[in-house]
Write a protein that binds this ligand. Sequence first.
Ligand SMILES: [Zn+2]
Length: 497
Amino acid sequence: MRVNKNFLRTLCAIFVLAIFSVTACAPKYDAEKCETPIRGSGDSDKYFYCPKDRPLNFNRVIEESGTTFYYENGLSGRKIDRGVDAIKRVQAFCDVPQTVFLLEDTVTHVNGNGLWVNPNDNTELIGAVLLENASEAEFPFGIFAGVIAVLLGEEKEFTEYSESRLESSLEEYPYVKELQYPLYTARGTTKNERETAWNFAYLLGEKYLSKHTVNDLKNATKEDISFALEAVDAILPDYYFPVGDSEYPIQIIAENIHYFFAHNFEDCEFNDDLLKYPVLTTFVSENETLIDEVSPIYGLHGLPKSIDAFFGKRGEYNIATTGYSDMRRNAIACYTAGIFGHEIVHHIAYWGGNDGYFQEAICSYFGIKYSYYARHREYLDYTLQTKNRDVVYTDDVIEILKDARDLYNKRFGKSSMSDFNAETWLQFGTYLYNKNSEHPTIGVLAQGITMVQYIYETYGWDVLMEINRSYKDAQIDGKTYYDFENEWAKWIEELCS
Ligand SMILES: [Zn+2]
């Protein structure tokens, strides 16, 4: 799909004002007081769950070779020098905006205000961001990284690998061949992964520059770069990572979803490192599979519109629950990867025109069926391990969960995530909930999910949709809703006893 780059650039570039101790050494460049406070370019009106724009106080300024540098008060002289020197080095090859902001709490990117530079970033990363910004095309970031790395020559800041070392590293990190943006940054990568990415990009840059110049890259077409991609055996995936901004450093554009991972995202349920590149891309691919599988059931071919999915820190978005779908804005906000599968089915059902009484259970059923993370979520809930504050364990619930776990272990042996079967857990849970009818409110969702499973897998989609629509008024082939409910309860009883 076509990416609107201006949209990306203006989206929520918000910075935290960091206060640092008094600088240890005087900067090489003269600084004077700047009276104009600069604001981040947060677009908080557009997305109600985007954190509020925060003002930034840049009260120092340097003029240097036609560029005005603002730097955050408190940034050390050494870091200011490093940032200014990096810009001066890449200026020979890249268009640098007239205004440059230096601050540590950012990712290097360009927006309507100018170039934002994290002086801890490598010079070649800063140059690659500028080359990417100047290009009209949506090439994988690695082409820009490779070209600038070659142009900087001896001054490159990554360790050069021998041919054999690169070969073995590529075997270890094969996804480096996808050339996507996060692989070149310190976020979510190890040093070895990153160095492999830069070395691989370097080969690509050499190939490209053997036939073209850096200026050609601005207007290059896919055909112009394909020879170089083929020469190094690059693998271009179905998703694309644009250069992030300070508020959402990691963004992914997949066929149906535009993902935004906030700078402070921490999964509220588990510490599995979602932001590691291969984990993230598996998550994205799995979500696309879910959409491909579920949308035809609702009579759709994929989603009619792309969804913006925001992953933030708990309490950051203005939502009370773990996940929230906003149909009007085609948007989802989540505190955990495990809820995404559920939320996306809400959108599919909305467009498919089949919302109904069992919708929450249907969303969870499909989420669990197609999403590892949704199953993992159930696993943590059922094994009393979740850190999600939305999940409340009262004493009676704990008793039932422990019984469900015992039943599961008795049937299947030790239950770890690798052999965890979410459907079976839910059946055991439902069985126990049904037996504890003095607590009618607990386990309602588990009951709903297993009822959806039973009706869908036994009678098919049309019957499920009729019950979803008419609920207790349903009359299907002489059966009432209660007939289906009794059948389901019997099925659960037989499965679990
Ligand atoms: Zn829901």
